[in-house]
Design a protein around this ligand. Structure first.
Ligand SMILES: [Zn+2]
Length: 81
């Protein structure tokens, strides 16, 4: 059974920062799959939830993912720049 710790072991600083920000906003990790995709869910009444790849192969994935969160969920961007 994989945990968030497995997903973050060897992850880039950008990925780690995203999960730090997520926890600060009340998001919780609900599942980690064998290919280290992480499903996280927010704590608002709409229960937004999204898959995130903890081992992104493309540069800028984490940055684009933040923009997606802002557009599609209650994510509040800020403080990381
Ligand atoms: Zn939400």
């Amino acid at each position: 059974m994989l945990t968030l710790k497995d997903a973050l072991d060897g992850a880039t600083p950008e990925v780690k920062a995203l999960f730090t920000d997520a926890e600060a906003q009340g998001w919780k990790v609900v599942r980690v799959t064998s290919d280290l995709e992480v499903r996280m869910a927010c704590s608002c009444s709409k229960r937004h939830n999204k898959w995130f790849n903890a081992r992104p192969a493309t540069p800028g994935y984490e940055e684009r993912y933040r923009l997606l969160l802002v557009r599609r969920t209650c994510w509040q961007e800020g403080g990381s720049e």
